[in-house]
Design a protein around this ligand. Structure first.
Ligand SMILES: Cc1cc2nc3c(=O)[nH]c(=O)nc-3n(C[C@H](O)[C@H](O)[C@H](O)COP(=O)(O)OP(=O)(O)OC[C@H]3O[C@@H](n4cnc5c(N)ncnc54)[C@H](O)[C@@H]3O)c2cc1C
Length: 423
């Protein structure tokens, strides 16, 4: 349990809340309501802070099993040896100091009828509104041979932390002249350009340290985000060090054999020296437990309030929701967290929620001092978000000064979003 709340405090809080549920609302304490947020990543932490700021009398509870959050953005730099993992890590003390109750537990059960969540230690916490921001889990069923045990040999590094460091160690141990394979799933997936950023930065590490080596991309897609920018950078910086086999050339990975580190594709088998297998994804498991995920594995929402289309009083934000045109990124999760907080504050106060325009920017670093970006604006349209005018992408034929400027902007973006999210 986090320093900010003991198990006893939580239990007392529950007792108080349970009592308040039993009495007529007019007799309740001055609280403006109770919102429980599950998941302290980019979406959930931003939402919890924004809720407390929007309505100081609101009781906001953030539940997250890890005392320290490890950020995926910029974790490709850690893999390439350009950054320490500590620069990726953030605690929850500042959020707790702002009046959010932070509980270091995983949520194991959600009971929508009772409007209650249960944590791994058996504590039940009632809510008026529940926000789920659990990120992603993996669709192991769609990739035979791959599971948590296999990920110890063939790391995904798609949740940052121990997996990031494992992939780093494997690259360091690989002999010069070796091959690093990166298996990339189809969309929807977390941060669609990030696998190509990873291929670029691994190529940078190999060019600098093991120049006879190679990066092989096995891709379940034919086209990908910012493809022209990546491909022209690869040619300029890495020559033919990066080879990509797309979907129509048989690049989709159909199964893996961890014992021999074999990757099986529609075209043939590969046994690379390092196998970075990024599996197909779906919403974090707790969304399914809540009944908020549909047959796609993701969570349909009303894009104005982020309320689930399947379960009342539960809102889903970040990677877990079916957002349509809005990418699954930290930028989007943070913007969704704030918009969702505003909608909930209005709903609890009996006001109509307002339609909000969300903005997001995504930077890709392909070598130190070489970056490019994609900025977008998104608005609710029917059941999803649609991209609207005002977006911009870096030009393909830009001078190196612009690439250097964008790399510096990316670092500033990271400092800003992490300060904004974790305080
Ligand atoms: C290699 C890589 C690079 C990336 N680079 C960028 C980038 O440059 N820019 C960008 O905008 N995005 C980037 N992303 C994407 C970004 O990391 C995600 O889109 C973002 O983290 C999504 O936020 P989230 O809140 O939905 O999930 P997360 O940030 O993953 O947070 C989910 C949290 O929920 C918690 N949780 C899960 N289940 C439970 C439970 N049952 N109970 C309690 N807590 C639970 C988890 O512990 C976790 O802390 C990158 C991703 C990767 C993999």
């Amino acid at each position: 349990m986090n320093a900010s709340v003991t198990r006893r405090d939580a239990l007392l809080g529950i007792a108080a809340a349970a009592t308040s549920f039993a009495v007529p609302s007019i007799l309740r304490a001055q609280s403006a309501g109770r919102v429980v947020v599950v998941g302290g990543g980019f979406g959930g932490a931003a939402c919890a802070r924004a809720l407390k700021r929007a309505q100081v009398n609101l009781q906001v509870i953030l539940i997250e099993p890890n005392a320290v959050f490890t950020s995926c953005p910029f974790s490709n730099e850690v893999i390439a040896g350009l950054r320490e993992i500590e620069a990726q890590q953030f605690g929850y003390d500042n959020i707790a100091a702002e009046g959010v109750t932070v509980i270091s537990q995983a949520v194991t059960t959600i009971e929508p009828q009772l409007r209650s969540v249960v944590t791994a230690d058996g504590v039940a916490l009632p809510y008026d509104r529940l926000v789920l921001s659990p990120g992603i889990d993996f669709h192991f069923e769609t990739l035979p041979g791959y599971d948590d045990v296999a990920s110890e040999k063939m790391p995904h590094a798609w949740k940052a932390g121990a997996q990031t460091l494992l992939l780093r160690r494997q690259l360091e141990a690989m002999p010069d002249g070796g091959t690093v394979a990166i298996a990339i799933p189809a969309n929807p997936s977390r941060c669609p350009p990030a696998p190509y950023e990873r291929a670029s930065l691994i190529a940078h590490y190999l060019k600098t340290n093991k120049p006879r080596s190679k990066v092989l991309i096995l891709d379940a897609k034919d086209n990908f985000s910012q493809q022209r920018l990546f491909e022209s950078a690869w040619k300029e910086l890495y020559g033919d060090m990066i080879e990509r086999i797309g979907l129509s050339q048989g690049g989709r990975v159909t199964s893996v054999e961890p014992a021999t580190r074999t990757i099986v594709t529609e075209f043939g088998n590969y046994t690379p020296d390092v196998a970075n297998v990024i599996p197909p994804q779906r919403a974090g498991h707790i969304a399914e437990v809540a009944g908020a995920a549909d047959a796609t594995g993701w969570c349909p929402i009303d894009p104005v309030t982020f309320e689930s289309k399947l379960v009342q009083n539960i809102h889903v934000i970040g990677d877990a929701c079916l957002g349509g045109g809005i990418p699954k990124s930290a930028s989007a999760a943070s913007a969704q967290g704030k918009a969702c907080a505003a909608a909930i504050a209005n709903l609890l106060a009996g006001r109509a929620p307002e339609t909000q325009r969300l903005t997001g920017v995504c930077y890709n670093i392909v070598a130190p001092g070489y970056g490019f970006s994609l900025a977008g604006n998104y608005q609710p349209k029917g059941d999803i978000f649609a991209e609207v005018e005002g977006g911009a992408t870096s030009p393909v034929d830009a001078p190196r000064e612009l690439r250097a400027r964008e790399a510096a902007e990316a670092e500033r973006w990271f400092q800003t979003i992490t300060a904004d999210t974790f305080g």
